[in-house]
Design a protein around this ligand. Structure first.
Ligand code: SAH
Length: 212
């Protein structure tokens, strides 16, 4: 059975609105991205359920609610020029960001996932994205500073290097913790960083160590 992308996405976005997502631009961006292209064909029928799904290599595509929530939090000070994403994974969050931000820089440590994500973004004609095979703990200093930083894997503590790459006035959205993780929003005003705890979440860990 072919997947009814548009209808399923409309149902998903109305569910997200009921769950408290109120930013219309975020909801429109999610309504425009075919999530079923970002998962294996055999999982296509689940692509518009509000759940995380496996993408291989022991990793997952985040739950749509979490993608929407993190994007909305990232945009709370308005539109963003340059955004750094750590943990490209399937590239789904990247595709949502690419519609809302000037330029997206995305770092992934697993080469195979990065390769597949790049192909999906090309298929969607999204050309304002640059990807790097690298260690997210280090960010991407040569492209910074960034108006927004979004981290889609959980470090046990805040990576200092990422804080230094946040622009003055910038916003970072990041889950922090081991088993129990808290989604944090960090805003920078000159050299003062304000941290707000938002909600409990569950992400795969931000790995320290070699690239795959
Ligand atoms: N936003 C992605 C979520 C992917 S899961 C999506 O919706 O598809 C998190 C990703 O972070 C995984 O692909 C994992 O390989 C990656 N990751 C984990 N540790 C990393 C690190 N140190 N540097 C870069 N990427 C990392």
């Amino acid at each position: 059975m072919a997947i009814d992308g548009a209808g399923s996405r409309a149902r998903l976005t109305s569910q997200l609105r009921q769950e408290g997502i109120s930013n219309d631009r975020v909801l429109s961006a999610m309504a425009a991205v075919p999530r079923h292209w970002f998962v294996d064909d055999v999982l296509g029928h689940k692509a518009y359920d509000n759940t995380a799904l496996p993408i291989g290599e022991g990793q997952t595509i985040s739950q749509p609610y979490i993608v929407a929530r993190m994007t909305e939090l990232l945009m709370r000070r308005g539109n963003l020029g340059k955004v750094l994403e750590i943990g490209t994974g399937s590239g789904y969050q990247t595709a949502v960001l690419a519609q809302l931000c000037g330029q997206v820089f995305s770092v992934e440590r697993i080469k195979n996932l990065q390769y597949q994500a790049r192909r999906r973004l090309q298929r969607l004609d999204l050309h304002n994205v640059q990807m790097k095979h690298g260690d997210g703990w280090q960010g991407w200093a040569s492209k910074g500073p960034f108006d927004g930083i979004i981290v889609t894997a959980a470090p046990s503590s805040l990576p200092d290097e990422l804080l230094t790459q946040l622009a003055d006035g910038g916003v970072m959205v990041i889950p922090v913790g081991d088993e129990q993780q808290v989604l944090k929003v960090i805003t920078r005003q000159e050299n003062t960083f304000t941290v707000d705890d938002v909600e409990w979440v569950r992400f795969v860990p931000l790995i320290s160590g070699s690239l795959l």
